[in-house]
Design a binder for this molecule. Sequence first.
Ligand code: PLP
Length: 431
Amino acid sequence: MNTLTSQQLFEKAQHYIPGGVNSPVRAFRAVGGSPVFIKSAKGPYIYDEDGNEYIELINSWGPMILGHAHELIQKAVQDAIQHSFSFGAPTRREVEMAEQIVSMVPSIEKVRMVNSGTEATMSAIRVARGFTGRDKIIKFEGCYHGHGDSFLIAAGSGAVTFGTPDSPGVTRGVANDTLTAPYNDLNAVQQLVDANKNHIAALILEPVVGNMGCVLPEEGFLQGLRKICDEEGIVLILDEVMTGFRLSKGGAQERFGITPDLTTLGKIIGGGMPVGAYGGKAEIMNWVSPAGPVYQAGTLSGNPIAMAAGLAMLNYLNEHPEVYTRLEEAGKRLASGFRTSMQKLGLNYTLNQIGSMYTLFFTDQPVTDFSAAKSSDLILFGKYFHAMLNKGIYMGPSQFESMFLSTALTDGHIDTIVSANEESLKEILSI
Ligand SMILES: *Cc1c(COP(=O)(O)O)cnc(C)c1O
């Protein structure tokens, strides 16, 4: 048999694929070394091409909330495959999917399926712009909303300045329409709004951030944003691509009791298939073509195989509230284990955790926004990452990522992660 190691695959990949990967974080550039190439996964375990087994904390960046290759989802996909892979025509499952989403996420009255989280957020701001007749949007530093041009914007030099492109290829024109504020800073938002009266179409945020590492909204922050949006006629978009169906059945909005105008979804909603969705108030969603004038389409949108996987996932989550009880328990067990270890070792790093999401930041500052997250010791994180990997724990390869627990993790697995964490900390700090 002609099998290549991860290292050999990565060398070959770099000949044919930019940087050797189809999404940048996978290349391990933030932690050094060479990425492991994955061969298969089942339940709480993932296996690489080199024959190593790891306990999973990435879980495809969220979708595998029930662990890998869950039988129900597998079966749903197998059943669907027999009837062909795509029609480009309406199907029964799309209706069932929409009905299920509307029943699970109370703020959503109508929903449109797309193929990724990126498509969902791009489309949501287009609708918000069409609906309000305004051009500008507000986003928060460190929040990630996919790779649409409007979101690849870094902070400007002051609270009321325009953003600057964060990537070559994003035009100044686009950047001028995106305003940025620090997360958890209501005053900064109010200043932006005051300085841009009647020009702001939408405010978009991760209601719990996963993409600068796990960062929680402070008391009153989400409610404050809701109030500002109401006063100014701004469309409030909660990007729940990561938190949707994870932090509760109805996402972060249910957990924090906040009602957005639009919600974007992805990850879990596809059960591992490429799926996204955006939805919200019927009054706004009726602007989407062909009901309304805002154009948005997709050859593979509502794809039958993807719908089968997603629907099986959502049905399961809807009927099994104990999933969320278990994820809460698992998250608490892990966090308390990590805290005990740090106390024992005399360390004061910041652990942010909520439900099945967490990040250990290598800083002793509280991490409530991107600048605090950036105070982390990234060299140390790289060492920690590799120490954990060597102990069989598969983590997100960057300080600025959240980990995701699944229901496939038993208390035994959590305890293994906790002791690997303690050993890794000792090792990298020579304690
Ligand atoms: C992953 C993610 C996206 C982008 O989704 P893709 O499917 O990768 O395009 C958007 N927003 C948030 C909050 C995400 O976590």
